[in-house]
Design a protein around this ligand. Sequence first.
Ligand code: G6Q
Length: 556
Amino acid sequence: MSTIPVMPSYTETPPSNVPLHRPICQQLRQHYETVRHQHMRDMFAQDPQRFERFSLQLGDLLLDYSKNRITAETMRLLVKLAEEADIAGWRDKMFNGEKINNTENRAVLHVALRNLSEHPVWVDGVDVMPGVRAVIDKMAVFAGQVREGAWRGYSGKRITDVVNIGIGGSDLGPQMVYQALKPYRHPELKVHFISNVDGTHAEEILETLDPETTLFIISSKTFTTQETMTNAFYAREWFLQHAQSACHIARHFVAVSTNREAVAAFGIDVAQMFEFWDWVGGRYSLWSAIGLSIVLAIGHEHFMALLQGAHDMDEHFRHAPFAQNMPVIMALLGIWYNNFFGAESQVILPYDHYLRSLPMYLEQADMESNGKSVDRNGQMVDYATGSIVWGASGINGQHAFYQLIHQGTKLIPADFIVSMQSHSSLQSHHDILVANFLAQTEALMRGRTLAETQSGAGEQSYLPQKVFAGNHPSNALLLKRLTPHALGMLLAAYEHKIFVQGIIWNLNSFDQWGVELGKQLAKQILPELSVHDAVTTHDASTNGLINYYHRWRKAS
Ligand code: G6Q
């Protein structure tokens, strides 16, 4: 039974490096006191095997975590922390379909969506795998027809454009994967994504499209999300203005949802609905029918390779010992900085143009999952939980925000994600890209001492400004090539990293009550925007802003 949490006073400094209450944390804290004074430059000098010791290769994915402020003892203690938190037990509960999302009484089974083994997965005594396979088959058949031109628009023309209308988890994943796997796309089928309820988003996209050759996917788990439904109704209206008859909707609108009734009420035949289930969380749903736009773009076989990559990572996560377990290691390093060094954020730096949306995707995956201050038992936590996750294309960031990572006052652990082989034929461009990634991780780790600065060719003035302390931690995640399989592995590694951290922090990573309040208030405020009289029912600021909007709304 949950108890009412004691609300924290936000005038106090929020928890940053308050230790976790696990027995091993006492030792970890003592250990931290020695490690915090050590410089990675010296650690590398003392141990020529450091790269071999602290790197892990899994298929076409290499994790080098040697440029972290850790020793062998750090990893030993952190692995004990994972054991004490019973990561293995919770992991098994997840894979076995137990309802670990306690506040919504749901299983958490995105892993079942990519379970390419023969093993059943049970939820409430029912094996979910036949249903999962049936939807994959249905997507394959439909996507095949559209891609081959067998599925035609109402006037007989082939489909050239697909528009995914969805938001949050029903948008960010498919959009990121569509961008990442550009080289695998069908040459004559473009996918567009409408998420924003700012009307310019829908207008800008639709004005470039021909209703006779456009297919809409309305992607919404609930089929009630205000932004998505507003855009979906607008798209239907736009389409009907041209097509004139509602009987043509069947060739141009399909739905991805768990809500049959709402899909039917919208006017889409449920035979054209691609189903998924309440045990798939929105931000974990790209592997489900929410990935329909991906299947249309890259085809069934490449989609299966994406699932296979994720499944391979799932198997690794399930079976590898913690000390050689990629997601577990990534999670423990995050805990080390978050809960012992007091780091507040983590930066994601892809060195691959096609992965430029990955930071945004991981922002949601991580922060919506672990951005919580009440634990799974309803108690207020007194330690730091989810990090602020941010980032952008690494090479562009070098010319923008890296200054703060190198010489600011914050400790910001970085994940560098790099493809060894480019999809571009411009090898010399790629060499420059890789050289920059290497230079940055080396510079972050080594820094530049006063002596090195003095002996440099540059001016001898302003030496304090030119010295770099270094000792900034980073991981390097190297993909041999950005293929569907490698992308599947990478994304699943991050998902499990988030899971492990959530367990260590004793959180339910799979609910998101924090997003509900804003949604409810927006629904209350909406009718107030079009009334004639001044609004007085809110606080002075909100009233003032609503009434200011009234003025300009009338004027426009
Ligand atoms: C994800 C979140 C959220 C959700 C969107 C869209 O985990 O719950 O981002 O995906 O709010 O919801 P619908 O798919 O129900 O429209």
